[in-house]
Structure formats: C-alpha cells, structure tokens
Design a protein around this ligand. Sequence first.
Ligand code: DHB
Ligand code: FE
Length: 289
Amino acid sequence: MSFQNLAAEQGDPSAKGSGNAATDKFKNEAVKSDTSTERAGAIYTDLLAAIGEVARKHEVTYDEYRVLKNWMIQVGEYGEWPLWLDVFVEHEIEQINYNRMGYTGTKGSIEGPYYVENAPELPWKTEMPMRDKDREATPLIFKGQVADVDGNGLGGATVELWHADEDGYYSQFAPGIPEWNLRGTIRTNENGEYEIKTLQPAPYQIPTDGPTGWFIASYGGHPWRPAHLHLRVKHPGYREITTQLYFQGGEWTENDVATAVKPELILDPQADAEGQNVVEYGFKLDKED
Ligand code: DHB
Ligand code: FE
C-alpha cells in the first residue's frame, strides 16, 4: 500500500493519517550510515548516561517510566516518529552539520517529514500546481536567482519547492489533495533566475490528536510552526541546500515548535497593485570540495 493510500484511508487529515503517511514514505527511503562500532559505542554510552542523568536529576517515578514506555509504543503505532523527531531533534542535527561543513552560502533548515522527491519539473517562470480552492488564498510571487557565493548566476539549477495549502495540509500526506499540489521542481534560466507564482501558505499545526500532540499538551506547549516554504536547491558541482523560508511578522515565527527559524530565512513580501504578495530572495551555493 502506498503512503498516499494510507493517508486517504483515514478519510480526514488525522494524526494517524499524516503520521503513517510520513512513516511509510520514510520507510521507502534508503537509510544507512557508515558509523564504526567505536563511534556507535561512544554515542550510545553518552546517550544512556544522559538519560540516566536526567532520570536521577528529576527522580523519575515508576509511573512516569511506564507512561514513557506506553507513549513510545503509541508513537510507533501512530507512525509519528518522523513527526516527533523532525520537530524536536532535526534542528540540532541540521545546525551541527551546517557548522561542520563550513558553509558560507544560504543557511539551511530542517527538511521535515513531508518532502517527496521527483516532483514534476517546471520552467523558470511558472505557477505551482494548485486547485481552484488554493486560488482563494493571497497569491505569492517568489522570485530571485540561484548563484555561487560570488554572485554568478547558476543556469539550469533546480529549485524544489513544497509547502502546505491555506489549511496547513501537504499533498500526499492528507487525503483529497492532488498528488503534486503545491510541489514542483523549477529549473532556473541561463542566468540562474526563477519566478514562481504560488500562494501564501498558512501556519502549520502539528497533528494534536496523536502522541506528538499529547507530548506537547503534557508540558503545556503549543503545536504550531510558522507559515513556511520548503526548498531544496541543487546544481552539479555545488553543495545542495535544504532550507525553509518564513514570513516577517507571521504568527509563530518567534516561537516555532520545531525551533527551525533563522533570521536570514525570513521573507518580507510586499503587496503589489493587484494585491499579490511579491518577494525577491536569492540562494547562494557553496562549491563542492
Ligand atoms: C513537521 C511538519 C512540517 O511541515 C515541518 O516543516 C517540520 C515538521 C512535523 O509535523 O513534524
Ligand atoms: Fe513544513
């Protein structure tokens, strides 16, 4: 069964639907690392020591331990490990690796659970696939240039864009949305430019009716991510960037549940005469070494 069917089977965009869809998608990806036994030993020893330290510090009770065990089982059954991990852990991994690589180009941000590869290719000046319903949202014109760190345009680069609709749902992870809605692979022109018409996305709420939602409610937190665009930018010979862009003054931009906002990644679109939001933002790619 495909992950789309799993989402559709639920009939409504429930936690179990989007969680299982995200898990199913991830299970289809090739996952491996060349971690040595020595490194694995070092990481696990420190991880278990950190867990022990927290348990001792807070004198965790047996009831709390049993609730944790039950919750972890539920996270698996709801297929929510991709959601929980990408909200609470991925930002640390992203930051560590950005720093280690010594990047100087555009900052990255978390991929999140809803990327799908091989979105249909679109020309440099284009409109994202959308439904009539999506046209009721404020249009957003997103334009700019993919360049090297010296500002030389990179023709033929690809800008993969994916984002939620005005209700906060991603195609392929919620039922009833066309497969490639608001997903595309835009190819830059010979100067590295792109001009994409899409819609102003809405803030995204982590499903509250599953174990990630229960987790957040248990400490009185909020389940919101600010409105965002997801992007992956590639050109042969350059390091690919996975990032997100946010909106100035948007709700939750200051306190994203996933801790994935960086000041360099905040857009400030301006309304044009036709009431469309227009913004220019460029990407700078580091050379591959
Ligand atoms: C999650 C959803 C997102 O859209 C995102 O960008 C990051 C995380 C999530 O539900 O885990
Ligand atoms: Fe997202």
